[in-house]
Design a protein around this ligand. Structure first.
Ligand SMILES: [Fe+2]
Ligand SMILES: [Fe+2]
Length: 365
């Protein structure tokens, strides 16, 4: 029998000394917090939280738990009545609503796949992995929310959930994002070389900054446009919770990216920065092409040109968070979006809730 085939019982391991130390020997030494890394750390075999290095991840985990919500807690009654009425919503409004819902159904599942199949596999910080477990669940809640809206309003689920395949502006955004899974999802992909680490960092930037930080935002603006007209407010409230979660996902992603910049500064080359700017420029263009599809004639005082400006404004802000100078220099044409983001000022927000999970304090973003 080949020695490798001998079952490693305690008895025969005493009789036959292994030629190499078994893998578990690595964990016999206490964790050195200075060796803990977002990627390429040495201690991801168990979720050993202490000593903790990346405290932002633990803070995010606790904040997420304090902000727990479920789609079924939000009343959809007024939305149901408005959707059935022929007097409330125009055809353009119905199309805009369905198109953003169609995009949302794809976006959160793409995010969830990347969390599980890329982030969780290659991020070695135990405290970051704790938050990723929570983040993955939140993406499932978001998909649940879209299903709940479809079911409540009696929409054609096949139409909404197939838009990725049938609407070019959604397909093009999703294909752009999905192309950054190529290589990373391969079972042989490993971090630990300059090329692999930059490729993984690129994936993190695309998913956190572009998908969660840019590609959701014109759709958020559409939903809050409805809310401002007192239309489909139950759906808008669902999306408001989702935006709060996504804002935390974005912040967590940015914290990880900025920490990698400190832990592995050699990755952040001038060429890489130019590449990131190029990606964000392409993404902004895809996003306002999508907005033009959603609003071919403009509604609620929002039109394709205003969306272009809004997306450029958002894109510059995202770049600024990872230390890259603005590309576009656009101002915010939708200042009310900042108010929608700042939920701690929305007094009525929690008054509409059936269940109160938050146990105290104010909402922090
Ligand atoms: Fe999500
Ligand atoms: Fe997310």
């Amino acid at each position: 029998m080949n020695p490798a085939q001998i079952p490693q019982t305690k008895q025969n391991s005493q009789q036959t000394a292994p030629a190499h130390k078994p893998a578990y020997e690595k964990s016999r030494q206490r964790i050195d917090v200075n060796k803990r890394r977002i990627i390429n750390g040495a201690d991801a075999d168990v979720i050993q939280l202490h000593p903790m290095k990346h405290t932002f991840a633990w803070d995010a985990y606790n904040a997420a738990n304090a902000n727990h919500w479920l789609p079924t807690e939000i009343s959809m009654q007024q939305d149901v009545e408005q959707w059935r009425s022929t007097a409330v919503l125009s055809e353009d409004e119905r199309k805009a609503f369905k198109t953003v819902l169609g995009f949302f159904t794809t976006a959160d599942s793409i995010a969830a796949n990347n969390i599980v199949l890329a982030f969780y596999r290659h991020i070695t910080s135990p405290e970051c992995r704790m938050y990723l477990l929570r983040q993955g669940y939140e993406e499932a809640i978001h998909t649940h929310s879209y299903q709940y809206i479809v079911e409540s309003l009696g929409l054609d689920g096949g139409e909404i959930f197939n838009m990725y395949r049938e609407v070019d502006a959604i397909y093009n955004k999703d294909e752009f994002i999905l192309s950054f899974n190529n290589g990373i999802f391969d079972k042989d992909f490993r971090t630990g070389t300059f090329e692999a680490d930059q490729k993984f960092l690129e994936n993190m930037i695309v998913f956190s900054l572009i998908l969660e930080g840019i590609f959701f935002y014109s759709s958020f603006a559409v939903m809050f446009g409805f809310q401002r007209q007192n239309k489909l407010t139950g759906s808008a409230e669902q999306i408001q919770y989702i935006m709060r979660d996504e804002s935390m996902h974005l912040n967590f992603g940015i914290d990880m990216i900025n920490t990698i910049k400190v832990e592995q500064p050699e990755l952040w080359t001038p060429q890489f920065v130019e590449h990131v700017k190029d990606l964000v420029t392409k993404a902004a263009k895809l996003e306002y092409t999508f907005a033009a599809e959603v609003f071919p004639r403009g509604i609620f005082g929002m039109n394709a040109e205003a969306f272009k400006q809004y997306i450029e404004y958002i894109a510059d802000r995202r770049l600024g968070r990872i230390g890259i100078a603005p590309i576009f220099g656009s101002t915010n044409p939708f200042p009310w979006m900042s108010e929608a983001v700042d939920l701690s000022k929305e007094k009525n927000f929690f008054e509409t809730r059936v269940t109160e999970y938050k146990t105290g304090g104010t909402l922090d973003w």
